[in-house]
Design a protein around this ligand. Structure first.
Ligand code: ADP
Length: 623
C-alpha cells in the first residue's frame, strides 16, 4: 500500500516537473492547451442541452414562437462555438506542431550548458539515447506529459459539464398517477446506484485499457535496439556517409534488425504482447463500458416511461452520459499514464539533473589591448573521465606572449588534449594552469574562454550565410569579416561567390548554397578565428583536409596574419612548424623536448631528431 502511494506521489511530482520544464521553454503553451480543451469539451454538451430543449418543445407544447427562439439560439451558439473551436484549435495546433523541436531544444540547451567533460561522457550519451528511443517508440517522457495534461483537462471539464446537465435526472420525480410500478425508481437509493454505475463505467473500462498500456513499460530496455533502426533511416539521409554505406553494404546489417530482429517486428515481443494480454485487457475494458452504459440508458428510459421527463430530456441524459464516459476515459488515461510514464520521466530528469561540477570563479580577465596574458602549465596531468590512462603526465609549459609555439608529436601523444585543457574544456586531474599567476579556475568561465580562438581539427561550419559563419553572429561588421576572409586566403574564392558574404554555405537550406572543399572550409574556419580577435590563436592539425605541403603553406600564412597574438600550432608533421620560436615535442602524454627547430635537431638521440628524419626522408623522396 505504502509503495503504491509513493508511486502515485512520484508520478504526480514528475508530471508537475515536466509541465514546468515544458512551460519554461514555451510560456503560454499550457494556457492555450487548457483553453482549447475547455472549449472543445464543453461544446458538445451545449449542443446536447439545446437539442433536448427543442425536442421537448416539439413533443410537448409545440409553441411556434418558442421553437423559433430555440432554433435561433441553437444556430447562433453553434456558429459561435464553431468559430471559437476552430480558432483555439489552430492556435493549439501551432504549438503542438512545434512540440518535437521544442523538446529537442530542451535537451540541446542542457547539452550546451553542461560541463564539456560531461557531454563527452559515455554515461550521459547513453542516457540521452535512451530518452530519444523512449520518445520515438511511444512519445514517452516529455511528449506524453503534454498529452496527459490535455487528457486531464478533457476529463475535468467533461465532469463539470455533464454534472450540470444530469442534475435534473435525479431531481425529476416519476409522478404517482402515471408512474405505476415504476415509482420505485424515485427511491434516493437509485441516485447512489446510477452514480456508482457511472463511476464504474468511467473507471473500470479505462482502467483495463491502462492495464493494457502498462505492458509498454516492460519494453523500456529492449527499445535500445531502436538505435539500429535510427541508424538505418538517418544514415541514408546523410549524403556524406552515403558512399561509405554503399561501399560496405551497411544497410544490409541494419535492415536485418529492422525487419527480423527488433522489438517491434511482426511476431516480435511487442506484437505477441499486443495479441495476447494487452489485447485481452483492452477488450475487457470495452465490454465493461458497454454493459454499464446500457444499465444507465435503461434507468433513463424507464424514468421517461414513468413520466418523470419528456423525450427531449432522454436525449439530454443519454447524450451527456455518452459524452461523459469519453471524457472520463481521458481522465483515467491521464492518471494511468502519469504512472506508466514514471520510468521514462526518471530517464529525462536523470539527464536534466546532471550537475555542473566544474568550478567557475568570479575574477574577470581584464581586457588588455597589449594582449599581455601569461599562461603557465604547472605539473599538469590529466585522465579523460571514462579512462584509467593518463592522456597527459607532468606537463610544464610557459607561453611567451606574442610568440609562436608549436606542439608536435605522433598521433595520440596528447597534443589536442593539451589544447583542450588550455581552453578549459576540461580541468587538470593533477597540477594547475595559471593565467597571469592565478589558477584559471578562479576566472569567470566565459571571460577566460574569450581570450582563445581555436581552429579545431573537426571544426564545424553551419548551413548559413558565409558572413554569419565567420562572425558567429547574426549582426556583424562586414568590413572586418571581409578582412578576416582575405587574410585567411579566401579572397579569390569570395569573388566567385554570387552573393558574396550572403552566400549560403552548403545546400541543405538553400539551392544557391555552395559546397566547399576541405581546404576552403579550413580557410573560413581560420577567418572565423581571426574575426574573434582573441589574444591566443590556436590551429589544430587540419589533417583530413590538407596534404603536408598545403598544411605547411597554411601554417606559414597563418604565422603572417597572427600579428601580435600568441599563436599555437599543433601538428604531427614537423615540417609545418619549423618556423616557430619554440617547439614542444610530445610523446606518450609528456613533453619530452623543447627548443627551436635547429636546437632540437642537434640532439641526435632526441625524439625530434628521429621524427624529423623519418618525415624528411618521406618529403625528399616525394620531391
Ligand atoms: P593527439 O592530439 O596528439 O593525436 P590526443 O590528445 O587526441 O592526441 O589523445 C591523447 C590520448 O588521449 C590518446 O591516448 C587518446 O586515445 C586519448 N583520448 C583522446 N580523447 C579521449 C576521450 N574523449 N576519452 C578518452 N580518451 C581520449
Amino acid at each position: 500500500m505504502k509503495k503504491n502511494e509513493n508511486t502515485w506521489k512520484e508520478g504526480f511530482h514528475l508530471q508537475m516537473r515536466g509541465v514546468k520544464l515544458l512551460n519554461e521553454f514555451c510560456s503560454g503553451r499550457f494556457k492555450v492547451l487548457i483553453l482549447k480543451q475547455a472549449v472543445e469539451t464543453a461544446a458538445p454538451y451545449v449542443g446536447i442541452y439545446l437539442s433536448a430543449l427543442i425536442i421537448n418543445e416539439l413533443a410537448g407544447l409545440r409553441r411556434p414562437e418558442e421553437l423559433w427562439r430555440l432554433v435561433l439560439i441553437s444556430l447562433t451558439s453553434a456558429a459561435a462555438i464553431g468559430i471559437l473551436t476552430t480558432l483555439v484549435r489552430h492556435w493549439d495546433e501551432y504549438h503542438r506542431d512545434r512540440r518535437f523541436e521544442r523538446i529537442t531544444n530542451i535537451f540541446a540547451d542542457k547539452l550546451l550548458s553542461m560541463d564539456y567533460a560531461d557531454t563527452d561522457s559515455a554515461e550521459h550519451r547513453a542516457k540521452l539515447n535512451q530518452i530519444k528511443e523512449n520518445r520515438n517508440w511511444n512519445m514517452w517522457g516529455l511528449e506524453i506529459t503534454e498529452l496527459i495534461t490535455e487528457h486531464f483537462f478533457a476529463g475535468l471539464f467533461g465532469i463539470i459539464s455533464a454534472a450540470v446537465l444530469t442534475v435534473s435526472l435525479f431531481t425529476c420525480q416519476i409522478p404517482a398517477e402515471t408512474g405505476g410500478k415504476l415509482i420505485f425508481l424515485n427511491n434516493p437509493l437509485f441516485v447512489v446506484v446510477i452514480i456508482g454505475a457511472l463511476t464504474l463505467t468511467a473507471f473500470l473500462g479505462p482502467a483495463c485499457k491502462n492495464r493494457a498500456n502498462a505492458y509498454f513499460t516492460k519494453f523500456t530496455e529492449e527499445t535500445k535496439f531502436g538505435n539500429r533502426i535510427g541508424f538505418f533511416s538517418f544514415v541514408a539521409e546523410d549524403s556524406k556517409k552515403a558512399a561509405d554505406v554503399r561501399m560496405y553494404n551497411q544497410q544490409k546489417i541494419t535492415r536485418h534488425y529492422l525487419e527480423y530482429d527488433n522489438t517491434f517486428y511482426p511476431g516480435g515481443p511487442v506484437a505477441k504482447c499486443a495479441a495476447g494480454p494487452m489485447g485481452l485487457w483492452q477488450a475487457l475494458g470495452s465490454a465493461i463500458s458497454a454493459v454499464l452504459t446500457g444499465l444507465i440508458y435503461l434507468f433513463v428510459c424507464l424514468k421517461a416511461w414513468g413520466g418523470a421527463f419528456g423525450v427531449g430530456s432522454v436525449t439530454q441524459y443519454v447524450g451527456a452520459v455518452t459524452a461523459l464516459s469519453a471524457n472520463l476515459g481521458s481522465l483515467i488515461w491521464a492518471f494511468g499514464n502519469i504512472k506508466n510514464n514514471i520510468p521514462f520521466m526518471k530517464n529525462v530528469f536523470e539527464f536534466m539533473d546532471v550537475p555542473n561540477k566544474m568550478y567557475k570563479g568570479s575574477l574577470t580577465t581584464e581586457k588588455r589591448s597589449d594582449r599581455q596574458y601569461d599562461v603557465e602549465f604547472k605539473d599538469v596531468s590529466f585522465k579523460y573521465p571514462d579512462s584509467e590512462l593518463w592522456a597527459l603526465r607532468h606537463v610544464n609549459m610557459r607561453f611567451k606572449v606574442g610568440s609562436r609555439l608549436a606542439v608536435v608529436g605522433e598521433n595520440g601523444s596528447g597534443k589536442t588534449t593539451f589544447i583542450k585543457l588550455l581552453c578549459r574544456l576540461y580541468d587538470p586531474t593533477e597540477g594547475e594552469i595559471l593565467l597571469n599567476g592565478i589558477d584559471i579556475r578562479k576566472y569567470k568561465y566565459d571571460d577566460y574562454m574569450s581570450i582563445f580562438s581555436v581552429v579545431f581539427q573537426d571544426f564545424k561550419l553551419v548551413s548559413q550565410p558565409l558572413g554569419n559563419n565567420v562572425a558567429g553572429a547574426m549582426d556583424y561588421d562586414r568590413d572586418r569579416v571581409l578582412k578576416a576572409l582575405n587574410d585567411a586566403g579566401f579572397g579569390e574564392r569570395l569573388k566567385s561567390l554570387p552573393k558574396g558574404l550572403d552566400t549560403c554555405l552548403y545546400k541543405e537550406f538553400s539551392k544557391d548554397g555552395v559546397d566547399l572543399s576541405g581546404g576552403e572550409a579550413q580557410k573560413i574556419a581560420i577567418a572565423r578565428a581571426l574575426y574573434k580577435d582573441a589574444a591566443f590563436i590556436i590551429l589544430d592539425e587540419p589533417t583530413a583536409a590538407l596534404d603536408p605541403i598545403a598544411e605547411a603553406e597554411i601554417y606559414s600564412k597563418f604565422n603572417e596574419i597572427s600579428g601580435d597574438r600568441t599563436a599555437i600550432y599543433i601538428s604531427h608533421r614537423l615540417s609545418s612548424c619549423k618556423f616557430c620560436d619554440e617547439i614542444a615535442v610530445f610523446d606518450k602524454g609528456s613533453v619530452v623536448q623543447k627548443g627551436s627547430h635547429s636546437e632540437l635537431l642537434k640532439d641526435e638521440n632526441g625524439k625530434y631528431f628521429a621524427l624529423w628524419n623519418a618525415q624528411a626522408q618521406y618529403y625528399t623522396e616525394k620531391k
